[in-house]
Design a binder for this molecule. Structure first.
Ligand SMILES: [Zn+2]
Ligand SMILES: [Zn+2]
Length: 137
């Protein structure tokens, strides 16, 4: 799968060339902060299948957490591009809204519905998990 994307102002651009590892929507409390209130809609790719083609992201990680997620964003316009998570150490988690063609996304799971708000939507037929789905053997 070949994809491209950018931040809102265009200072950052990226390309993806590789298979999607996972695609899901996350309803956790942390994601609500990052998105502004809705679920976080993401696709996961191998870290080596993702590269910035323009600009370099600002990176934020909470200093008060032992093993924080590293959040990539545009220092000019503030758009979050995605994150690197200790739970998926070899992957880049990409925010679907920054893709040039966001229609490629199809949710395969809704996770952390323990924090889901009533106004956050889960499409019919998408399996929902209180936290994460059980690990595949
Ligand atoms: Zn920008
Ligand atoms: Zn989340």
């Amino acid at each position: 799968m070949q994809l491209s994307g950018r931040c809102y102002c265009g200072a950052l651009a990226y390309e993806i060339d590789g298979e999607v590892e996972a695609q899901f929507q996350c309803h956790c409390r942390e994601c609500s902060y990052i998105t502004g209130g809705n679920a976080n809609i993401v696709m996961v790719f191998g870290e080596n299948d993702f590269r910035y083609t323009k600009g370099a992201p600002a990176i934020f990680a909470r200093p008060d957490l032992e093993n924080p997620v590293k959040r990539h964003f545009c220092a000019t316009c503030g758009t979050g591009i995605g994150s690197r998570s200790p739970s998926r150490p070899n992957s880049m988690i990409v925010k679907v809204g920054t893709l040039d063609d966001p229609s490629v996304f199809h949710a395969t799971a809704a996770i952390f519905t323990c924090d889901k708000q009533a106004y956050q939507h889960i499409p019919d037929g998408v399996p929902a998990f209180d936290k994460r789905p059980p690990k595949k053997a």
